[in-house]
Each structure stands twice: as C-alpha cells, then as structure tokens.
Design a protein around this ligand. Sequence first.
Ligand code: C2E
Ligand code: MG
Ligand code: MG
Ligand code: MG
Length: 292
Amino acid sequence: QAKQAGKNRYHLFDAEQDRAVRGRHEVIARVQRAIADNEFVLHYQPKVRMRDGALIGAEALIRWMHPERGLLAPAEFLPHIDTHRTGIELGEWVIQTALNQIAEWRAAGLDLTLSVNIAASHLQQADFVSSLRALLAAHPAVPPHRLELEVLETSALEDVELISEVIGACAELGVRFALDDFGTGYSSLTYLKRLPVDVLKIDQSFVRDMLHDPGDLSILEGVLGLARAFHREVIAEGVETEAHGKLLLQLGCELGQGYGIARPMPAEALERWAGQWRAPAAWTHTGRLPQE
Ligand code: C2E
Ligand code: MG
Ligand code: MG
Ligand code: MG
C-alpha cells in the first residue's frame, strides 16, 4: 500500500518534471525561431545628468514582438533561456544590435554611451572576451568606451574571481562595466574592491522608497559614500518623480534613469525625445554647482 502510494507519487513528480522540461524545450525552440524571424527589438531608456538634463546615454532593454501575444517584457522569456545556448545567442544579438545603434546615432550626431544587460552565464563563456573583441573590430566607427555592459550585482558575486577577470579584460578593450541593481546583493567592501567596474547602478527599490523609508535613504547614502570612496560613477534607476530626482541631487547623485525622465522607447522615438526634453526647473536649481 505504502509502496504503491510512493510509486504513484514518483510518477506524478516525474510527469510534472517532464512537462517542465518539455515546456522549456518549446520556449527555447520558439525563441530560436524568433531570432531567425527578427521578432526581437531593443528599446532604449535615456540616462541623464539631472542637474542640467544632459542626455549622457541610454540602456538597451530587449522586447519580443510576439505575433500573437504582443510586445513581451524580458521577464516573460529570459528566465527560460538564460543559461541555455539560445540565451547566449540572443545576448550576442543584443550586443551586435547595440553596436549598430551606437554607430547609427553617432552618424546622426547623437553621441551616446549605450548600456547592454549581460547575463552572468554569457560572461562566463570561455570565448566571451574574444567574441566581444571581434564584434568591436567589426564596428570600427564605435569607440569601445561608448559600450557599457551591465551585470547584476547578485550574479557577479556568484563567481567574483572569473567575473572580475572578464571585467578587467573588457576594460583593456575599452568597454565600460556597471554593477546593476546595486545594493541588493549585500556586497561587502572587499567584493567591490575586487570588481573593477566603472559604475554602480543603485537598485530602483531603494530609490522608490527613500522618500518615506529612512532605512532605504541610509542605504542610498551609504552606496553614494561607497561610490565616492572607490571613485566609481553612480547612477540611480527608478527615478519615477520630480521629488526623487530632487532628493538624489541633494544627496550628490548626479545621474538618473527612470519613468519620471522617460520610459524605454524605440530608437526613433528616443531621437525625437532627445531633441525636446528639458529637466524640471526643480532639478536645475538643486545640487552642487559645477565648479565644486
Ligand atoms: P534592469 O537592467 O534593472 O532594467 C531596468 C528595468 O526597470 C527595465 O525593465 C525598465 O523598463 C524598468 N524601469 C525603468 N525605469 C523605471 C521606473 O522608474 N520605475 C519602474 N518601476 N521600473 C523602471 P524591463 O525592460 O522589463 O527589464 C527587466 C530586466 O530584464 C532588466 O532589469 C534586465 O535585468 C533584464 N534585461 C532587459 N533586457 C535585457 C537583455 O537584453 N539581456 C539581458 N540578459 N537581460 C535583459
Ligand atoms: Mg540594467
Ligand atoms: Mg537595474
Ligand atoms: Mg532590475
């Protein structure tokens, strides 16, 4: 009797696992087809210097123009393919597309640093640096420092040794590096010292809550102090309102990204946006003077 129940349970589990595996295979096959059919697109979210509204760069964020389901956010497909070869292939497509976009914008007189999100599994590929080098060589019109790679702080910490080596090798190519969602990974000072990144990107959860949560405000102040001590650039994500920007400027955080500035948008929309956006007056009258 007990044996029978155990056996049934085993079969049930097995069937579920089987369905999950088959589901994953289906998603992978579907993504594969979508790459071939050009169904992926990059949207771009501006990064600005809040004090004067200068557009300093943009972050490329992937979207899937699914013929039946509409525009899909990365959370709907990336987790299924992240560690798979197809995920790496998609990552290569993203870098390639970003380099093309940088070149196109430069030719049109828009000189932006473009940030691209890279999965840790992609960075861990033995040939990551050499294929990046090849991609850069194929885009001679793009100065390498116009490309910035964002890696999640939490995943960088999984393999600090290797990731810091990769970051170092990318730095030699001239490519910049940022730790994304910074503050969520409880990284110690030691880790920060060992990860030679250019930029700390403060996670949006701290920014969102700093206005009413003293704890989040303290974390934010701590990260800003850390960034200064280690001479790292710092940018806040999740700048949703004018008040967020104003407080960040008062704290000495100059760079921002968020819905309160602009949502991610197609490339042509960003060009139009760049021509007409002005920082709120509250920002241009806040913060330190340029000569300080
Ligand atoms: P992330 O790199 O931290 O990007 C910021 C996410 O927050 C984006 O979501 C962006 O649309 C959203 N966001 C920007 N400003 C605000 C704001 O003011 N408020 C709120 N609530 N959200 C804001 P998205 O595009 O859905 O991307 C989610 C995550 O997916 C990204 O987080 C990144 O980790 C990953 N991702 C996106 N594109 C790629 C890609 O091409 N490759 C890889 N490997 N990961 C990607
Ligand atoms: Mg990012
Ligand atoms: Mg982030
Ligand atoms: Mg995030």
